[in-house]
Write a protein that binds this ligand. Structure first.
Ligand code: ASP
Ligand code: MG
Length: 412
């Protein structure tokens, strides 16, 4: 029997009425002779609430206990959905990550899936189970402890299960009806895309488009999972056909730029007066990595009198960890520097498109558009298919709108 993975995000399961809607949709798909794997998130806001509690206790929390706490939201949703399906005479049961099991690495709060043992699931399907409701976001480390896959990790659970079970497709149900050229809340002219390439989706996700977790797109690319993003609020598939994430070759529309992404909560940290000699950068970034700081952009200044400055950006909530990392001098492990300058009023704006591989002048257009609005660029970084800039957060909306206009993304 064909297997279909359906993932429902937090807003799709925000209360009992919505979980009932989800159950109805699942029941409808069952009638096409499918076996369904329903992956669920925690009810909207639940994970945030738990995260706030944890941060109130300590910003330098133990990642194992963090995962023990935040993974609970998904258990509640999975149980509720299974129960409601049973009430509708569907043979369903809930599965927590460790029960499958979904085996992961030991980075407890941002674990990677290593493998999924599908034998338990398959034997239950053989015994007549119609729907496996699986708690997203969770895994099991080899030491027996619960792990979580990083914020938004249920997407990755869904894609990984699709690959492991060789599912026909993986539908991600969310509160928007697809992938947009940018965030419609900031730029009302944003347009829904019919299709987007894996490569572009990967960049957009990693640059801050929150619709899909980056790792889920990585996995979908690697295992060629047929991935679709669509709204859980409209059941008419003619109107709501979502956005298909697919190979570049399957896309007819070929614009230079596919979308504008942003990330609002960035911080910029500058360490001044460090020695310009081999090993200093290695020392700084190995300490940051020990503290699990996700460093994004890095700039090192030209040195003056053997001294230089190093600037890097990271998510704002990781600033306390970054400070600990840099200040953690011991006798053997000594980093000499002058000042630590922290700017928390930073945002990142990026343009993404596979067309950049073959078109020149894209950077010029982007920088001119920002200059025209008198937006100062603080740091620039590029890859083959993206250009990112750090700017002051107060210009974020303006920058996104200007770039959307400049590259005429409202036009199909
Ligand atoms: N509940 C988790 C979060 O809010 C995982 C997910 O929803 O994908 O990040
Ligand atoms: Mg999500």
């Amino acid at each position: 029997m064909p297997k279909i993975v359906m993932k429902f995000g937090g807003t799709s399961v925000a209360d009992i009425a919505r979980i009932r809607m989800v159950a109805k949709r699942i029941k409808k798909d069952l009638s096409n002779n499918n076996q369904i794997i329903a992956v669920v998130s925690a009810m909207a806001g639940y994970t945030n609430e738990l995260t706030r509690e944890i941060e109130n206790i300590s910003p330098l929390y133990d990642a194992r206990e963090y995962s023990a706490v935040v993974s609970t939201g998904e258990n509640v949703t999975a149980g509720l959905l299974a129960m409601i399906l049973q009430e509708m005479s569907v043979n369903a049961r809930s599965w927590q990550g460790w029960q499958v099991p979904i085996n992961t690495s030991e980075e407890y709060s941002s674990a990677r899936i290593i493998n999924i043992d599908t034998s338990n699931l398959l034997s239950k399907f053989n015994e007549g189970m119609e729907v496996a409701v699986i708690a997203g976001f969770q895994g099991l480390a080899s030491d027996g402890r619960i792990t979580t896959l990083g914020r938004g990790g249920s997407d990755t659970s869904a894609v990984a299960l699709s690959a492991a079970l060789n599912a026909e497709r993986c539908d991600i149900f969310t509160d928007v009806n697809g992938i947009y050229t940018t965030d419609p809340r900031i730029c009302p002219k944003a347009r829904k895309l019919e299709k987007i390439s894996y490569e572009e989706m990967l960049e957009l996700a990693s640059l801050g488009a929150k619709v899909l977790q980056t790792r889920s797109v990585e996995l979908a690319t690697r295992y060629k999972v047929k991935l679709r993003v669509l709204s859980s609020f409209s059941s008419d598939l003619k109107v709501n056909n979502g956005t298909l994430v697919c190979n570049e070759g399957e896309i007819v529309e070929n614009k230079v730029i596919a979308g504008v992404a942003y990330s609002r909560d960035e911080a910029k940290i500058t360490i001044t007066g460090i020695e310009d000699r081999p090993g200093v950068a290695a020392l700084i970034f190995s300490r940051l990595s020990e503290q699990a700081v996700n460093v994004d952009m890095i700039v090192q200044n030209i040195s003056d009198n053997g001294l230089t400055d190093m600037t890097f950006s990271c998510p704002i909530d990781q600033v306390p960890r970054a400070e600990v990392a840099i200040q953690k001098n011991t006798e053997k492990n000594n980093l000499q520097y002058d000042k630590l300058i922290i700017d928390k009023e930073i945002a990142k704006v990026s343009i993404v498109g596979v067309g950049m591989k073959t078109h020149s002048g894209v950077a010029k257009m982007m920088f001119e558009a920002l200059a025209k609005e008198r937006i100062n660029i603080i740091v620039i970084s590029t890859s083959e298919i993206k250009i990112s800039v750090l700017i002051k957060r107060k210009y974020l909306e303006l920058a996104v709108q200007t770039l959307h206009d400049t590259f005429e993304l409202e036009k199909a």
